[in-house]
Design a protein around this ligand. Structure first.
Ligand SMILES: Cc1cc2nc3c(=O)[nH]c(=O)nc-3n(C[C@H](O)[C@H](O)[C@H](O)COP(=O)(O)O)c2cc1C
Length: 191
């Protein structure tokens, strides 16, 4: 049996009462039966408070290890003033080399735009970190109107096709880049 790849779901918001929990929980439920990926979570709240971080290591080391062990990422981000949240940038900037030569997909949410302006800015940031950002993603305009009080989508079937498409392409990139990193370590290709 092929070994599973590790997929890190990154929470974009650290706000108290954040809607991010609803969107990320939906995503994690959808992906929990995956035969391709084992899921892990990277949450800026944990980074800031050390909650859930093993006592023996500091938050920066924890973050370094979480990114290093992942083969692919999905960033679940809201839009704040046409950009991405500061907490997400702090988290991204806390690590450098472990991001290299890995794929990043986006699930965004917000008002009319569904967070796509935040995603377009994140593409610039992730380019600097030598990642591959996926064209295909999920956006939730007026996100709060799409989920019921229990966190379930009113129309779950509408999202399945775009989610499967994004996951198929994320799988392709994750497998391809993992194999390429193994064949030729990325830090050895240029001085
Ligand atoms: C500081 C702030 C700025 C916001 N700016 C935007 C915006 O520019 N565009 C948008 O669509 N929604 C905007 N919103 C609405 C958020 O996308 C929405 O409240 C979302 O639920 C925030 O995510 P969170 O609850 O997980 O933190 C903003 C919300 C906050 C708190």
């Amino acid at each position: 049996m092929t070994e599973k790849l590790t997929l890190a779901v990154i929470y974009g918001s650290a706000r108290q009462g954040r809607f991010c929990d609803t969107v990320a929980s939906w995503l994690i439920r959808e992906l929990s039966a995956s035969s391709v990926f084992s899921l892990t979570i990277i949450d800026p709240v944990r980074l800031r408070t050390s909650r859930g971080v093993e006592k023996a290591i500091d938050p920066a080391e924890w973050m370094e290890r979480k990114v290093a062990e992942a083969d692919a990422f999905i960033v679940v981000t809201p839009e704040y003033n046409h950009g991405y949240p500061a907490a997400l940038k702090e988290l991204i900037d806390s690590v450098y080399e472990p991001w290299h030569a890995k794929p990043v997909a986006f699930v965004s949410y917000g008002g009319a735009s569904g967070g796509i302006r935040a995603v377009e800015q994140l593409r610039q940031v992730f380019g600097e970190l030598h990642t591959v950002t996926l064209r295909d993603g999920i956006a939730f305009p007026k996100a709060w109107s799409k989920f019921d009080a229990a966190g379930n989508l009113y129309k779950p079937d509408e999202l399945r096709a775009p989610l499967f498409l994004m996951m198929d392409r994320l799988t392709w990139w994750a497998r391809t880049l993992k194999s390429a990193r193994k064949t030729t370590p990325y830090n050895e290709i240029a001085a």
